[in-house]
Design a protein around this ligand. Structure first.
Ligand code: TYD
Length: 236
């Protein structure tokens, strides 16, 4: 399958049309951004690592009965996936408090949460991705009804129930992550976008070291080595 026309360019990916209207190609870029585009950089090979990591995790989730947009990895930087209607909600799943949760609510960094927290942010850069509650989602028509909200939460928790023990076995704590969902041509809610160290936090169980984009956010360096480490644990 070949890419034809550029449909959309985001911060970390370009999305291309194909000759099949039901299929799109994501091109994973090496660009890095944080703080809503306030911090920018690039790391050669980062896009390929995220494509490979996402491919493995989408395959795992598909095997466990989670519907995703994934079709196949085409080459180092390209993934073929289903075209769907994007739901403009960033679904944040948290097991351990850090980042904006610690900052906004004063929950000490590193606190294990009593249960998995699922939050919604409005995927809207111009508004700075504000927090949403269920009523906001309905008023903004981001979802069609409460059943869709229920399904998104159910899927987010199921994905966490699969990935948290999977990474724990590989010596990593899955601290938190961001998911995106869409509707396929039958209207079913499916997982889209990517699952990679760009949108997950992984802490090494032994050392506590971050193996994710926090290295970039905090100016620590060693980002590529950290992402390679995550991929090797997944493959190993
Ligand atoms: P969060 O603590 O809300 O934000 P910040 O990165 O500003 O501290 O992030 C929770 C998790 O969700 C973290 O793994 C990063 C991921 N995330 C994204 O990938 N994109 C986003 O736009 C946001 C807000 C979070």
């Amino acid at each position: 399958m070949e890419k034809t026309e550029l449909l959309y360019e985001g911060k970390a990916k370009k999305i291309w049309k194909t000759s099949d209207t039901n299929l799109l190609i994501s091109e994973f870029k090496d660009d890095l951004t944080a703080f809503n585009g306030g911090l920018k950089s690039s790391e050669e090979g980062k896009g390929a690592l995220n494509n490979k990591i996402s491919t493995e995790l989408f395959k795992l989730l598909n095997e466990k009965g989670v519907q995703t947009h994934f079709v196949e990895m085409l080459d180092d930087n390209h993934m073929l996936h289903k075209a769907c209607e994007v739901i403009l909600i960033e679904v944040i799943v948290r097991n351990i408090a850090t980042g904006s949760l610690s900052k906004n609510l004063g929950i000490e960094h590193g606190t294990v949460l009593p249960f998995t927290l699922v939050e919604f942010d409005y995927k809207n850069d111009a508004l700075g991705d504000p927090k949403l509650n269920d009523q906001h989602c309905l008023i903004l028509n981001l979802v069609k009804n409460e059943d869709e909200l229920y399904e998104i939460r159910r899927m987010a928790r199921k994905i966490n129930d699969i990935l948290k023990p999977y990474f724990f076995e590989k010596g990593l704590k899955l601290v938190d992550f961001k998911l995106e969902f869409g509707r396929d041509k039958n209207g079913a809610i499916i997982l889209i976008d990517e699952i990679s160290p760009d949108n997950c936090r992984f802490w090494d169980i032994e050392s506590g070291e971050s193996l994710d984009k926090d290295r970039f956010r905090q100016g620590k360096g060693g980002l590529k080595v950290a992402y390679e480490n995550v991929l090797n644990r997944i493959l190993g």
